[in-house]
Design a protein around this ligand. Sequence first.
Ligand SMILES: *[C@@H]1O[C@H](CO)[C@@H](O)[C@H](O)[C@H]1NC(C)=O
Ligand SMILES: *[C@@H]1O[C@H](CO)[C@@H](O)[C@H](O)[C@H]1NC(C)=O
Length: 211
Amino acid sequence: MRFLAILTSFVSVCFVHAQHTSLNQVKQAFQAAKVAADTMIVFNPSILLDVAFPQAVGPAVKVRAGVQLPRNETAIPPTFSIVANGRQPRGEFVVAMVDLDAPTPQMPNISQFRHFLGGGFIPLKARDGLSLLSNSTPAVSEFFQPTPPAGSDPHRYVFLLYAQSKAFATQTIVDPTRSLEFFSISQFARDVGLGNPLGGTFMRVGPDPTA
Ligand SMILES: *[C@@H]1O[C@H](CO)[C@@H](O)[C@H](O)[C@H]1NC(C)=O
Ligand SMILES: *[C@@H]1O[C@H](CO)[C@@H](O)[C@H](O)[C@H]1NC(C)=O
């Protein structure tokens, strides 16, 4: 019994610690790659956002902040989850994905390029420490696979999680017919009152090796 109690407290200490360092790691990765500065956001995450790309075969590929993924692992729209850390998350969320480096990191003059924007995400009951964000409404801007042009260095693709605002549901700034280019997630967040992001992560993706 005592052993079990010690083991339990040890495990929970490790878990809290892991959670803490992970939020810090995400923040540090954002800083190291100038992601917050180039996105023009204030990034003080309180929620660990888990982004996973399902694969045709085998387990989904997770986006650890700053990881570089081969483009062909990013073909299927990703799933978004909140790391629950013992508490069931509540609320309604907006998720955005933007490319900061389009068409190239050296000349990103069509950036930001919008790769996803969706709202109405509700956290499902946490399983294995993850609360999957589920939505039943079409995205405002459906997932568009990373497609850096041939010869480009890898681009930074940023995922951001916001608490959904009232104004988001009735916004008319973004819809599926609008150009994906010249987007600004920080401007959009201001326009619809989303505040600062609660969480986020990013990945790097380069052109296909054959491109
Ligand atoms: C992606 O492409 C690489 C070769 O560039 C290949 O080895 C790998 O199996 C491919 N993965 C998927 C998920 O298609
Ligand atoms: C981006 O900048 C380059 C170099 O200044 C210019 O040649 C190109 O036309 C610009 N593209 C856009 C879409 O503004």
